[in-house]
Write a protein that binds this ligand. Structure first.
Ligand code: C2E
Ligand code: MG
Ligand code: MG
Ligand code: MG
Length: 281
């Protein structure tokens, strides 16, 4: 940067930070209103069997279209909702909406699929979490075996407590998956300690699968997971060759733009009907 411009640069960075802080404060305030004003929606990304491309489940992902600010990514607002504690009511809304939608699809005769919902560590550690999940299942009429909860390795911050909660969820019949596995500092220890059913191989590995080192890491992760009797699914598959390498290494399931982007409920239902040869009513 140009010499002698120190003061201006300082002002520039200073106002940059102001903007960031103002936007964050705005988002904090707006999340509160957005739940009541129905600004959130869910989209559903198919989980597929790699060899056939057949839909075997779906992941619900939250979307926020703010009337003024436009589309705001969950990558931006979920951490803010976590920070201010609003992730608890927001997460309950996600859970309820996803279960209700899945039940509605089941009732019109679409294939019985499991819906996956992302759960923040802050929700999992909330004392009422298991009660809330049970209540949502009861109220929506969805059977527990059609619900999967995706958690991340951040639950390791409090492994004893998380293990208790995950065991309670398991006893109800809910499936659990460890999301983003391999990203950050996941250790193999987590697989040994946590009662989970599935690991989701992080997109960063899938991106890099053409690299022989990455491929052997993926292969090792899959081998260990399968030895532990865990299911394995890969995230972020964008290209055919990635899917091929994954299958060669015994990963049978995946998600990603190569198969389908996350779809709104109407689009997802159309895709499901097309695949299952069910005529629209
Ligand atoms: P995630 O749970 O790991 O979800 C996968 C993300 O990757 C999603 O982004 C999805 O749209 C995107 N994705 C899927 N396939 C591909 C692909 O082939 N290429 C690329 N580039 N991206 C792909 P999204 O929807 O923006 O969500 C980001 C993260 O926000 C999620 O990561 C999850 O951690 C969090 N999130 C989303 N919805 C919720 C929610 O309802 N509750 C909570 N607690 N977190 C959520
Ligand atoms: Mg997820
Ligand atoms: Mg993930
Ligand atoms: Mg992720």
């Amino acid at each position: 940067l140009a010499k002698g411009n120190g003061k201006n640069n300082f002002q520039f960075y200073n106002s940059g930070w102001n903007e960031i802080i103002l936007r964050k404060m705005k988002i904090e305030n707006e999340i509160r209103k957005a739940i009541d004003q129905n600004q959130f929606t869910l989209v559903y990304q198919p989980k597929v069997e790699l060899k056939s491309g057949k839909i075997v489940g779906m992941e619900a992902l939250i979307r926020w279209e703010h009337p003024e600010l436009g589309f705001i990514s969950p990558v931006e607002f979920i951490p803010i909702a976590e920070e201010i504690g609003l992730i608890v009511p927001l997460g309950e809304w996600v859970l309820k909406t996803a279960c209700k939608q899945n039940k509605a699809w089941q009732e019109v005769g679409l294939p019985l699929l499991c819906v996956a919902v992302n759960v923040s560590v802050r929700q999992l550690q909330h004392s009422d979490f298991v009660k809330t999940v049970s209540k949502v299942l009861r109220e929506t009429g969805l059977s527990a075996k059609y619900l999967e909860l995706e958690i991340t390795e951040s639950v390791m911050q409090n492994i004893e407590e998380s293990t208790v909660v995950l065991n309670e969820l398991r006893s109800i019949g809910i499936w659990t998956a460890l999301d983003d596995f391999g990203k950050g500092y996941s250790s193999l220890h987590i697989l040994k300690e946590l009662p989970i059913d599935t690991i989701k191989i992080d997109k960063s590995f899938v991106d890099d699968v053409a690299n022989p080192k990455s491929e052997s890491m993926i292969k090792s992760i899959i081998d260990i997971a399968l030895n532990f009797n865990l299911n394995v699914i890969a995230e972020g598959i964008e290209h055919e060759y990635q899917s091929k390498v994954l299958m060669e290494n015994k990963c049978s399931f995946g998600q990603g733009y190569h198969y389908s982007k996350p779809l709104n409920a109407v689009e997802f239902e159309m895709l499901l009907r097309k695949q299952s040869d069910i005529v629209a009513i």
